[in-house]
Design a protein around this ligand. Sequence first.
Ligand SMILES: Nc1ncnc2c1ncn2[C@@H]1O[C@H](COP(=O)(O)OP(=O)(O)OP(=O)(O)O)[C@@H](O)[C@H]1O
Length: 420
Amino acid sequence: MKNSISTKAITFKYDESTIVDEISLQVKSGSFLTIIGPNGSGKSTLLKLIAANLTPDEGTILINDRQLTSYKMKDLAKEMAVVPQDTNVAYDFDVFDIVLMGRNPHLKRFQKEGDADFAIVRDAMEQTNTWHLRERKVNEISGGERQRVIIARALAQQPKIILLDEPTSSLDIHHQIEVLELLKRLNQEKEVTIVAVLHDMNLAARYSQEVLLLHVGKIITMGKTEDVMTVENLQRAYKMEMIIQRNIYTNALEVIPLSLSAKKEKRTNKKIHLVCGGGTGKELLQHLLEEGYKVSMGVVNVGDSDWELGKLLAIPMAEEKPFSEISEEALGKAEKLANESNLSIMTSVPIGWGNIKNLQLVKNQLQQSKKVFLYKQNLWGERTDFTEGRGNALIEELKSLGLQEISTMEELLNQLGEYK
Ligand SMILES: Nc1ncnc2c1ncn2[C@@H]1O[C@H](COP(=O)(O)OP(=O)(O)OP(=O)(O)O)[C@@H](O)[C@H]1O
């Protein structure tokens, strides 16, 4: 398959600062590539170089296997349309006329637009949901409406390649999806090559087949979305902790940022063991990690939502098979983790015959004079004991052994502060 875009070691400097640093890349014809990277990494500059709005200091750019510099502007506009980040328009034309300008590259000198051109313009405006704006002045519509008008103009150009710089930045969630679905359709049905700068990594993962990750003017990696969007790659570029999972509805990769490294100065060697389950530990786990504690968990059942988060965060866990009673082996592992911790916290996990042995674990900790807090969340009302009273009776016994009940996160974190 031939390349739509090919750059060879392009470098661009503003004054003495190198903004794009010897970038070589190939975009195959019919690809949907998104460019991601932190602020100032050079995404817009790279796009402007490919769009011929800027000229590289070094290196060459080919568009459809032909030197970019050899194109006349009009010929280039037949091959490639550009939707810039800034969609302000210098002249106050009607919206319809702005979109009609997209037909200019296809007209001969002094040739007037014909019915076919008007039909193409109408179609482009309908696809971008802008037809109703046609008689409005382009600078008297909202930023999001104008963004869609400029996309309509790009469609009217009927190019083989569309470059877009943050095409969804001013759009509400409905129009974001509408525009991206439209780009996906153009890509799949008309084989238009799409290259878009997107800040939203989740949209990038959902719509593009390929991702280019840029960092201080260099490519960290470029390739299939799954290969690029890994915790390791994204952490290198964005310098923060995150988890990546598949969205249960779209099955697309989803990045969930965790504000952990912000609190590095809080790091402590104190360990806390969490006895939780059924999602009762998720919020607490995140707070504990943010406060710098090392956390272990268990016993939790495999597949449980606390277990899932623990897995994603590589938390040491004592685990048991799904829907199974806690085995001696799993209990032993949890005991070991709890023994290695400075203290334990039990959440308001409902007690059933499957997990009642976790109370034994708590009892053992208390009997060794170790501190154990009961975080009383009141998530389930009074329905937390499914063992005909055995669980509640055990909890009363644990309280008499020193289990300390706390009912707010704030108070719990304050109390833990004493153990730092
Ligand atoms: N006209 C300019 N003159 C001087 N420096 C510039 C100019 N335009 C951009 N820069 C600098 O070039 C670097 C890259 O900018 P660019 O807009 O390409 O980054 P970006 O990755 O698109 O960022 P963002 O995510 O914030 O849009 C930045 O440090 C920016 O300050």
